[in-house]
Design a protein around this ligand. Structure first.
Ligand SMILES: Cc1cc2nc3c(=O)[nH]c(=O)nc-3n(C[C@H](O)[C@H](O)[C@H](O)COP(=O)(O)OP(=O)(O)OC[C@H]3O[C@@H](n4cnc5c(N)ncnc54)[C@H](O)[C@@H]3O)c2cc1C
Length: 357
């Protein structure tokens, strides 16, 4: 008989888990407090990358996820990913060289590009350095559209999505999680997966489990739509930019974004001014809107995936860089839930590691 699995949360992580579970034959119900498509996911810059600052196991997980996104793209017709590559010089030159050397050592070299090559890739940039690096394997997607495509693919495989249905707490019987409590009562399942982003810790708390998390804020400025001015992702000091499928240039400041602290409007206008100075053809384009999102982040910054405290019936997946990692984490979670086999790449990402409990 098919395993009945509840997935709490329909952001990009829950959607990928639901898709992989349904594909493997599970009977899946996604339960979502609001509209399908996530919260952090909607506010994401949505850069698919294995960029700097990652220890090797996290780098390898990201590389594996990038590979798996390609496979998913071939399986899911509505899933649009632009494998445009990324230009990067948002580190001081010596650190940039050290990062490139590390990538080469790990078998994923970057291409060193001089000023002329940078301008061949992005002819509209007004300010470019002597050299940078190009990561040809990086990509971007439109996060809400991609997540809805994953949910549609899961539904086509039999999954059900219950929107506007907040889970109040995890339902427990004799030490086992047996489902979730909602406004319409308990919904039962053999397995319950928490993919609830920043709300993961409070849900675990309802069965007495602890997961230390933070939720750093990040602001993105969206310009009014423009004709095509950028070909891919551009990471410069203090300004990360990409152009969306509908023509908006989306700008953030760095990986961590920046905490708006009541200053969001000013920060968004400032970012937009930087975009207009940096991209020829964007002058006078104007800010359309900005978003402030909160990154679901385990306390040490790395993914948490697995059965917390070996709790029967319960599994969790929470991570920053979820747009990059959703492909692999969805696949690995479904495999572990349905076969009991844990992917070796997850060795250091247990939710029970000391930094999180
Ligand atoms: C500004 C910013 C920039 C980012 N840039 C990048 C980037 O360039 N590349 C990258 O890889 N990642 C990036 N990220 C991170 C990435 O967006 C997140 O890691 C990812 O979206 C997390 O997805 P999620 O599904 O876990 O969370 P969410 O999208 O937040 O989804 C969780 C869902 O669970 C639901 N939920 C919560 N509690 C309950 C409950 N009690 N009952 C029912 N449903 C519930 C919520 O309503 C929500 O829909 C960025 C994030 C931000 C904020």
């Amino acid at each position: 008989m098919a395993k009945r699995v509840i997935v709490i949360g329909s952001g990009i992580i829950g959607a990928s888990i639901a898709y992989h579970l349904a594909k493997a034959g599970a009977e899946v119900t996604v339960i979502e407090a609001g509209e399908p498509g996530g919260v952090a996911t909607r506010a994401s810059w949505a850069w698919i990358n294995a960029s700097w600052g990652n220890p090797e196991p996290y780098f390898e997980l990201r590389v594996r996820s990038i590979e798996h996104w390609h496979k998913m793209q071939s399986e899911i017709p509505g899933l649009a990913i632009n494998w445009c590559g990324g230009l990067i010089w948002d580190l001081p030159p010596d650190e940039l060289e050290a990062y490139a050397a590390e990538r080469a050592k790990w078998g994923e070299p970057l291409r060193r590009v001089d000023r002329g090559e940078i301008l061949a890739i992005e002819p509209n940039l007004t300010t470019v350095p002597e050299f940078g690096y190009f990561a040809p394997g990086e990509g971007m997607l439109e996060p809400l559209a991609a997540t809805l495509a994953l949910l549609e693919a899961a539904k086509a495989l039999g999954a059900e999505v219950l929107a506007e249905t907040p889970v109040k707490w995890l339902a427990e019987e004799h030490g086992r999680v047996v489902g979730v409590m909602t406004d319409v009562g308990v919904i039962h399942a053999d397995e319950t997966v928490v993919a609830a982003g920043v709300n993961t810790a409070p849900l675990l708390d309802s069965v007495g489990l602890t997961l230390k998390m933070s939720a750093p804020a990040g602001l993105l400025a969206h310009s009014k739509p423009a004709p095509k001015l950028l070909n891919g992702l551009v990471m410069t000091p203090g300004l990360h930019i990409r152009q969306t499928a509908e023509g908006r240039i989306v700008a953030g400041t760095d990986f961590a974004g920046a905490d708006p602290e009541g200053n969001a409007e000013f920060m968004a206008s400032d970012l937009q001014a930087k975009v207009e100075a940096m991209v020829q053809g964007a002058e006078g384009l104007g800010l359309d809107f900005y978003t402030v999102g909160y990154r679901p982040t385990p306390a040490d910054g790395f993914s948490a995936i697995g059965r917390p405290h070996s709790k029967n019936g319960l599994y969790l997946v929470v991570t920053h860089s979820g747009v990059t990692l959703a492909a692999a984490l969805g696949l690995f979670a479904a495999n572990e839930l349905l076969t009991g086999t844990r992917d070796p790449l997850l060795a250091t990402f247990s939710p029970d590691r000391p930094s999180l409990t």
